[in-house]
Write a protein that binds this ligand. Structure first.
Ligand code: ADP
Length: 404
């Protein structure tokens, strides 16, 4: 089945046309600067085809979707003859709130449930709604499926998802830990379960999704029992430009000192902290590695903080699960940065963790799942490249098939 996977941001729309039989990407691209001057589409055939860039006005997500469809069916740069070949659209949804806890077909009721998330995740939700409405207008006969990033975390017990604030804040404002990057945690943990023998029952895995945004999850019996991101993706470990968990008093202290409004403080914690804030160089780990190589000592700090924090999560999640079978590293940094992985796994013999430094050093994203632990290590340590689009396309296919 050919499924169009859509990831809509406020002024962008990323897409991948996926063939679920061959599990390959037929085409992918991004529409940028939607609704503002300088809109353009960047398109490529297959995973690594030559980039085709076309500057073309797109006043909203409906126009952007129409341009995606016409590009995909274009005789020269396209990969299909007609849009009828697209049997489903799978939308990546960042926040499903307390109502949307599994993949679902778009209906009026589902849209109403998603609109309820405007309160807790305004920017992402507004963008998703524009993307969904755009696709519904451009492809009125194609089923639309939502695949929700918070869904995989909906199995957490109360003691993991409740914050120690008055209970009525949970009841009235739905303040709780939701967790994010769920589609990635789901994919890599299910791959790890296959490696461990295929039976989810009895498995204890810590999945580390370490990219620009990062989160760690404890997956027991194939279900999330805890995760580091919380009410929003700001919680947990240090990230590219997000601070992660900090003493809550720092928030009010800085607001008073700097005269920040709540919105300015939120912008500060999301955009000015993390790797960028600590290094005062960049939010990108590759820039920091380069600076370290050039002798900048400060540039080393963010990675050391991150490695130490991941270590602490692994320890606490092993305690929460009463054991640990495997650790998985994934996403931009997790798949590519051997230094970070080595720092995390060093001095963890106490837990029975031992990595093969040589194999770890050689492992970069190469499409395969790679074991970086030694044969003696009690805990298996793997690098598993994430593939959220594959999961989204698979979910969309399953839902559409169930309608037949
Ligand atoms: P996002 O959370 O935006 O999806 P990614 O998972 O792409 O982000 O991760 C981005 C981070 O991964 C950046 O810090 C970047 O430096 C790092 N990264 C991505 N690719 C590589 C690579 N090939 N080698 C080293 N670091 C990489």
């Amino acid at each position: 089945m050919k499924v169009l996977v859509v990831n809509a941001g406020s002024s962008s729309l990323k897409y991948q046309l996926f063939d679920t039989v061959s599990k390959t990407v037929l085409a992918k691209g991004i529409c940028e600067r939607i609704g503002i001057d300088g809109s353009r589409i960047e398109h490529r055939k297959g995973e690594d085809g030559a980039k085709q860039i076309k500057n073309i006005p797109m006043k909203d997500h409906t126009e952007a979707t129409k341009i995606v469809v016409s590009t995909l069916t274009d005789p020269e740069v396209g990969v299909i003859k007609s849009m009828d070949e697209i049997e489903a659209v799978g939308h990546r949804i960042v926040h499903g709130g307390s109502h949307l806890t599994k993949p679902c077909l778009v209906t009026d009721e589902v849209i109403a449930d998603l609109e309820k998330c405007l309160d807790i995740a305004p920017l992402h939700t507004a963008a998703h709604l524009m993307g969904i409405h755009g696709c519904m207008k451009a492809m009125p006969n194609t089923p639309q499926v939502l695949v929700i990033d918070t869904a995989f975390h909906s199995t957490m017990p109360e003691e993991a998802y409740l914050y120690p604030i008055p209970y009525k804040m949970y009841q009235e404002y739905k303040i709780r830990r939701y967790g994010f990057n769920g589609t990635s945690h789901r994919y890599v943990s299910s791959e790890m379960i296959k490696i461990l023998g295929g039976k989810a029952e009895g498995t204890k895995i810590v999945t580390c999704h370490i990219g620009n945004g990062s989160s760690i999850s404890a997956v027991k019996d194939g279900k999330v029992i805890d995760t580091s991101m919380g009410f929003t993706p700001l919680d947990g470990v240090i990230m590219g430009s997000r601070c992660g968990s900090i003493d809550p008093s720092i928030v009010t202290f800085i607001m008073k000192k700097e005269g920040f409004t709540p919105d300015e403080m939120s912008e500060f914690m999301n955009k000015k902290c993390g790797f960028l804030g600590v290094s005062e160089i960049s939010s990108d780990s590759r820039d920091l590695e380069k600076a370290v190589a050039e002798g900048n000592k400060r540039a080393e700090l963010p990675q050391n903080i991150l490695a130490y924090q991941i270590k602490k999560y692994i320890g606490s999640y092993a305690a929460a699960m009463n054991g640990l079978d495997a650790i998985v590293f994934t996403a931009g940094i997790g798949e590519n940065n051997f230094n970070l992985r080595e720092k995390v796994c060093n001095n963890m013999e106490f837990y029975g963790i031992e990595i093969d430094k040589e194999i770890n050093f050689k492992t970069h994203h190469q499409g395969d799942n790679v074991c970086i632990s030694t044969p003696n290590s009690k805990v298996k340590v793997y690098v598993i490249p994430t593939n959220e689009e594959l999961v989204i396309a698979g979910d969309a296919e399953a839902i559409v098939n169930s309608l037949k």
